[in-house]
Ligand binder design. Structure first.
Ligand code: DON
Length: 578
């Protein structure tokens, strides 16, 4: 790898790890997570959490609350997510059904494998910004389906808090202002974005400004009135089609009309008497959460010293991410071997891990060698019934009736493609960058990939978003998810280990120092507060350490010993907010 590319990659990773703590932080006492006798909601923004809790108070269930919070986040935290992006919705209903609704973006019909290759070199500025960066957004339909299949309210009721926040405005907080300032020069290139996000003098709106988003309110109202048809068949699709045609984009009204949310079978994995329910491809979350936990199952993690435990966890992460780069992609376009999550393969991979030495992993594993004849992971629906229905943030919700919900949703990087299509108020995603734009060329998160994740028309880019629900004896005991590109997977794994294996209360489980290893670059990222003794244990085993400031954004809900719902939003956000 050329030195410059390597440095750029390292810089991106450092920025990524740093910026995942930089979520919304209102100045007053922020209620990021709330729980009462009706249920619980955890998000990164108090106004979104309140939107969810209000819907619960009005007779909604956890599905309604999670969607209300998700749509509200798109208004008050629109640098991370919004209806111009995609979502994975994982639900465990009170009567025990599991739904995994894949609202990931799809590549336009006119997209092609080398669309970002200019003079033989990948130009990632094209996949990250402007008209070529967006896929068809899936959140609007995924949320509608979630409400129809498992909610207690109608979509219009659940959209109401977001419409109010867009119409009446909300006060820009420190973090929103910071993200805006950082993106301002790029937002300024697009008329629609300039009109909403920059002031009349061309400067980004500052902290404390009340941001009113009339166009976004009108788009949300039209969805409330006409349902998702407005977005996929109606006025919104037409506005995008016209803007794209005039600005060199490929997305068309036909792409919108053909968009489908896919009801997939979740990845189910037994772990020390728990059943972990993860999101299947095109998320890599479920597969690699299962792999990492599975590789660790042979160890008594609680009995180990921190340094020993972090070593083993980091090694399992490394092996899993090597597989991610090679095997993972949209299962409708590429064969993702089911054997990746087979017991035999995971045991074989675990057998490679040494207690006292970090491995030099040069290649992905070979799941087909250990589990010949295992089929590919497909989008077979979980039941026949499903055939008929169908910079990132995580929403955790649960209710007293026993509905548990995990939604991870994103426009990808800050303000996605930086494009607001004029008149819509909607920030369009830059999820096309999650494809492997050229084999071996890293994306915004330093992730490399192969043909399995190449651009193809209608294909969904590989994701790290990992909404997860953990069951014990068939009943939910924990739901968790995170933001932060590839660190999403490693944050989720550590939350599960810290809470369920080490027995830490949920807040402490999320607060404990994190590590991250993603195979390439071959470095073990450790948080700055990692004790010197632990670092020494890691270095002595051959890990190359890279220190990070506090990073991550995990939201989780679990039951305490009395069976009461406990909701926690990323503890590092609160610390930064003081
Ligand atoms: O789907 C993915 O994996 C990425 N688009 C997620 C982006 C993300 O987490 C950005 N956060 N820092």
């Amino acid at each position: 790898m050329p030195v410059l590319t390597g440095l750029r990659l390292l810089f991106c990773l450092v920025l990524l790890l740093w910026c995942t703590v930089a979520h919304s932080q209102p100045a007053d006492e922020p209620a990021y997570a709330q729980a009462n006798t009706r249920g619980a909601v955890a998000t990164v923004h108090p106004l979104a959490t309140r939107a969810g809790m209000d819907v619960l108070a009005k007779g909604g269930n956890a599905v309604d609350a999670a969607v209300a919070a998700a749509v509200a986040l798109g208004v008050v935290d629109g640098h991370n997510s919004g209806i111009g992006g995609g979502a994975f919705v994982l639900i465990r209903t009170a009567d025990g059904k599991l739904l995994a609704l894949d609202g990931r973006e799809t590549a336009p019909a006119k997209a092609h494998r080398d669309m970002y290759v200019v003079d033989g070199e990948a130009d990632t500025s094209l996949s990250q910004m402007g008209p070529l960066a967006s896929g068809v957004p899936g959140s609007v339909l995924a949320y509608e389906m979630a409400i129809e299949q498992a909610g207690a309210k109608v979509y219009a009721d659940v959209l109401a808090p977001a419409i109010r926040l867009a119409e009446e405005g909300f006060e820009i907080d420190n973090i929103f202002a910071g993200r805006l300032a950082r993106s301002a020069d790029r937002l300024a290139r697009f008329d629609g974005s300039r009109a909403v996000l920059l002031g009349p003098d061309g400067n980004p709106w500052p902290r404390g400004h009340t941001l009113v988003q009339k166009d976004l309110a009108n788009t949300l109202k039209a969805i409330a009135d006409e349902g998702s048809d407005y977005f996929y068949q109606g006025g919104f699709a037409r506005a995008v089609d016209q803007w794209m045609a005039a600005n060199g984009g490929l997305l068309s009204a036909a792409d919108f009309a053909g968009y489908k949310v896919i009801a997939r079978s979740p990845i189910l994995f037994d772990y020390r008497g728990y059943q972990v329910v993860g999101f299947p491809p095109p998320s890599s979350g479920g597969v690699h959460t299962a792999q990492i936990l599975g590789m660790l199952e042979g160890h008594d993690l609680k009995a180990l010293k921190d340094g020993e435990r972090y070593h083993l966890i980091g090694e399992a992460m490394k092996l899993a991410f090597a597989d991610r780069a090679h095997w993972l992609g949209d299962p409708d376009f590429t064969q993702v071997p089911k054997a990746l999550v087979s017991r035999d393969y995971i045991a074989a991979q675990a057998g490679r891990i040494l207690l006292n030495r970090a491995l030099d992993v040069t290649e992905p594993g070979d799941p087909l060698a250990t589990a010949e004849g295992e089929p590919a992971i497909t989008d077979e629906p979980a039941s026949e019934q499903d055939l008929f229905f169908k910079h990132t943030t995580h929403i955790a919700a649960a209710d007293a009736a026993g509905n548990w919900v995990a939604i991870t949703t994103t426009v990808n990087t800050d303000f996605g493609s930086k494009v607001i299509v004029p008149g819509t108020g909607v920030v369009m995603n830059n999820q096309m960058d999650d494809f492997s734009v050229q084999p071996g060329v890293p994306n915004a998160y330093g992730l490399v990939g192969t043909e399995a994740n190449s651009v193809q028309p209608g294909k969904r880019p590989l994701s790290s978003m990992s909404p997860t629900i953990v069951l014990k004896d068939g009943k939910p005991v924990m739901t968790v998810g995170a933001a932060g590109g590839p660190t999403i997977i490693t944050q989720v794994v550590q939350a599960i280990i810290n809470h369920l294996d080490l027995g830490l209360p949920l807040e402490e489980a999320l607060a404990k120092s994190r590590i991250h290893q993603q195979w390439r670059p071959d470095m073990l990222f450790v948080e700055a507060n990692m004790p010197a003794g632990v670092r020494q244990e890691l270095v002595s085993r051959g890990h190359k350490l890279k220190e990070m400031g506090p990073y991550g954004s995990t939201q989780a809900i679990a039951l305490d010993a009395q069976g009461t719902l406990i909701a926690v939003s990323e503890p590092r956000l609160k610390a930064r907010n003081k």
